[in-house]
Design a protein around this ligand. Structure first.
Ligand SMILES: *[C@@H]1O[C@H](CO)[C@@H](O)[C@H](O)[C@H]1NC(C)=O
Ligand SMILES: *[C@@H]1O[C@H](CO)[C@@H](O)[C@H](O)[C@H]1NC(C)=O
Ligand SMILES: *[C@@H]1O[C@H](CO)[C@@H](O)[C@H](O)[C@H]1NC(C)=O
Ligand SMILES: *[C@@H]1O[C@H](CO)[C@@H](O)[C@H](O)[C@H]1NC(C)=O
Ligand SMILES: *[C@@H]1O[C@H](CO)[C@@H](O)[C@H](O)[C@H]1NC(C)=O
Length: 703
């Protein structure tokens, strides 16, 4: 801080000590005459890590476009400057599995999943948005069957570069940044190999961010290894709590909070986001901040529910929420561009005397200038880490003194937000009267939990659509015959937690069907052995469902096939807990003519098992009805069991899946209420009975 500011602060402190009121008045200089700070790299959101945009894809077109506008459209809502996406790896990566472009070494496909679509939509709205891609898991073959994706660095680099090339050639999307392996070990040889192969294949403009973990290891390796230092362009740290390290600064690299936030998106979450957007630079000199996640578009209560900039979890109703982080992002994104520069610390960047922080940025031609101020009082452990002091923020007066290139600015546009706590309404992104400056000096009264933007930029705007349709529960009956999907598309609403589902052509009157395609244990991301369970699990519906009926037709073939398939109800777990998922699981092993019912996916708590008549190498309809503590199952309309399962979970998702990795086909999936289900099962029984009688009638007399 400049001497004048310090002495003014001192005077201000004195006057408040003399009981002039609760306000502390401090003057802060904004001055470029001794140079500028770091380049600003943007604010972004992360789709993936994993399956966080799953439910967004099949929103009604109108609402889907509105949501995309709130996220990406410049001068409308969050106006994001970076979109980071997962490179699907067929492995559970937090809220689901995202499909790989190469399930197998002999396979290559750029129609899977929804990240391509999302990137295209983002670019449509903002051609300047930066794209950043990163893998969480890898298909098993990439790690040569092990969990280590660096066994053969060239194979992994080739796998990643094919994805980057697919983005380019199939969708015209240019990646700006690529990462290594999300929050898992990096390997220096691999990073250098990736750099070299990117350059060789014409992707020298794709810059490397490493290592999407914590500071220490990558920083010390970069300091010790000049060839690693030249391969890495940006150092990306996760959840830095606004802190970087002296060594990180010593590398001379741009430092990023390449994943941050992960907080429930109410007022407290908004406060967290507003604070880190400023303090990641004011404290840690980080020049980009990326929210995990972009949009909370996964079923409640999969892990970290609503930890997105906004929420869209009801494609069937079209209902969505524009949450506080959207508008708190706008305070920075609508008044800056990637490539602007921060002012220097003490000359436009710093902490406020009364708590809170301020940053200022200037355009390359110095024509535009923006100050963002936040006074967040609420503490959240993910946003701030010790040893920072507690944030006791007090109302205060901020005197803004513009100097250098800014000295002649006469007024600044003002945008204002205040987070409402204790029953107060939040005020989000409101345009206020411009701040008048005399001799470069203006003054603002700052309350608590507020964000202000003071800017010469005039294009800011608060976008607004009519309220979306009202919220509704997942509709019943629900059915899907998979015929309406494009080939390779992941069926809507079915949310793979392990394994991967995609629409394929059946080459029969059935039209399209949904195929489980993962053949081999992936190089998984979850810390636990989640994916080594080697079963695929796809959940759907409403977690509060208790009494419910589900049926599906399934085919277990011969080539690269699984050994069995299941339907399930009251499934309690997804995400990295899929391994230990509890519920009621009805497995059928067609070739073995055998069934198992179990309280868990792992089949360690079996309820019953036995022989079942089923088609071998053909379709079987598998039905499950759960009411109270009673479970009933049918295969091809014939009763298999009707028993008590007193230890059953009380509620949960419906699910389908396979007993091992390996191909299985699904068709004519249907969920309905227990009362409908009871009727369907009874009619099936009657039909089976009538058929048996009919057969008997024409049999020759036995006696
Ligand atoms: C990186 O991977 C290579 C190839 O598998 C291996 O030889 C090397 O030991 C690994 N290096 C580190 C630091 O783990
Ligand atoms: C913030 O809250 C966390 C718990 O959520 C606590 O451990 C930490 O000490 C608090 N930090 C401050 C600065 O108050
Ligand atoms: C899953 O398969 C892998 C090999 O592909 C094996 O190493 C692992 O033990 C299996 N896990 C279980 C639980 O069977
Ligand atoms: C399930 O019920 C709880 C408690 O009533 C509610 O908070 C939650 O939102 C419900 N979940 C869904 C998916 O409707
Ligand atoms: C089955 O696996 C083999 C390799 O083991 C592969 O060559 C073949 O293409 C696969 N077939 C299908 C239908 O997945």
């Amino acid at each position: 801080m400049h001497l004048t500011a310090v002495s003014l602060a001192f005077v201000a402190a004195l006057s408040s000590a003399l009981a002039v009121g609760p306000w502390r008045a401090t003057t802060y200089d904004f001055d470029d005459s001794s140079g500028l700070g770091r380049q600003y790299d943007g604010i972004g959101g992360l789709s993936g890590g994993g399956a966080t945009s799953k439910l967004l894809v099949n929103y009604p077109e109108k609402e889907r476009n509105e949501i995309l506008d709130y996220l990406f459209k410049p001068n409308f809502g969050a106006s994001l400057q970076i979109l980071k996406v997962e490179i699907g790896g067929d492995a559970q990566s937090t809220d689901g599995t995202e499909a790989s472009h190469m399930h197998n070494s002999w396979d290559e496909n750029y129609q899977r999943g929804y990240e391509w679509w999302l990137m295209v939509e983002a670019k449509k709205r903002n051609p300047n948005i930066k794209l950043y891609c990163l893998p969480w898991g890898f298909p098993g073959w990439v790690g040569q069957g092990s969990r280590n994706p660096y066994q053969v660095p060239e194979v992994t680099a080739d796998y990643i570069i094919r994805w980057i090339n697919g983005a380019k050639t199939v969708y015209g999307l240019t990646m700006d940044f690529v990462g290594i392996w999300n929050e898992r070990p990096y390997n220096s040889t691999y990073i250098k190999t990736l750099r070299k192969m990117l350059d060789e294949r014409g992707f020298s403009n794709v810059r490397i961010v490493a290592a999407d973990g914590k500071w220490p290891n990558i920083v010390s390796d970069i300091l010790a290894d000049p060839s690693l230092a030249s391969a890495v362009d940006y150092i990306g740290c996760h959840y830095p709590g606004t802190l970087s390290t002296d060594d990180a600064l010593k590398t001379g690299k741009q430092l990023w909070a390449s994943e941050d936030y992960s907080t429930y998106n109410d007022e407290v979450g908004g406060g967290c986001w507003a604070r880190i957007l400023n303090k990641n630079y004011a404290v840690g000199r980080m020049t980009a901040t990326i929210s995990w996640n972009l949009i909370a578009s996964y079923y409640n209560p999969l892990p970290f529910f609503r930890d997105g900039l906004m929420t869209a979890v009801e494609p069937w109703s079209g209902n969505y929420n524009v949450d506080t982080p959207i508008w708190l992002s706008a305070h920075t994104t609508q008044f800056t561009q990637v490539g602007w520069k921060y002012l220097e610390h003490g000359a436009g960047v710093g902490l406020l005397e009364g708590g809170g922080s301020y940053v200022a940025l200037v355009s390359p031609d110095k024509k535009d200038f923006t100050i963002i101020v936040e006074t967040m009082s609420h503490n959240h452990s993910l946003c701030i880490r010790p040893p920072l002091p507690a944030y006791d923020v007090v109302p205060q007066t901020m005197n803004i003194q513009l100097k250098g290139s800014f000295a002649n600015i006469k007024e600044l546009n003002v945008w204002y937000s205040k987070l409402g706590f204790d029953g107060q309404q939040s005020i989000m992104f409101q345009k206020k009267d411009a701040l008048q400056l005399k001799n470069g000096m203006g003054s603002a009264s700052l309350g608590m939990d507020e964000v202000y933007t003071f800017t010469t930029v005039t294009t800011g705007d608060k976008g607004q659509y009519d309220a979306p349709p009202p919220s509704k529960s997942f509709p019943l009956p629900y059915s899907d015959n998979f015929d309406s999907y494009a080939i390779s598309e992941e069926p809507y609403n079915l949310a793979p937690q392990t394994g991967s589902l995609e629409a394929v052509s059946s080459n029969s009157a059935r039209g399209k069907i949904a195929r489980q395609t993962v053949l081999q244990t992936p190089a998984y991301w979850c810390r636990t052995a989640s994916d080594t369970i080697n079963k695929s699990l796809t959940v759907i519906g409403n977690f509060n469902w208790s009494d419910i009926y589900v049926e599906v037709e399934a085919l277990v073939g011969k080539v690269n096939a699984t050994d069995g398939v299941f339907v399930a109800a009251r499934v309690q777990n997804g995400g990295c807990q899929s391994y230990s998922a509890k519920g009621i699981f009805f497995f059928v092993f067609p070739a073995q003519q055998y069934y198992i019912i179990s309280y868990d996916l792992a089949r360690t708590q079996q309820i019953s098992s036995g022989a079942v008549s089923s088609e071998v190498m053909d379709w079987n309809k598998i039905s499950l009805l759960v009411t109270g503590t009673t479970i009933q199952g049918q295969v091809n309309g014939k009763s298999v069991f009707n028993i008590q399962a007193p230890k059953m979970t009380k509620n949960g998702f419906v699910a389908i899946g396979t007993d091992t990795y390996g191909l299985a086909d699904f068709d004519n999936f249907m969920i309905t209420t227990a009362s409908d289900g009871r009727r369907i099962m009874r009619e099936n029984e009657e039909r089976a009975h009538a058929k048996a009688k009919h057969t008997l009638y024409f049999e020759p007399e036995k006696h």
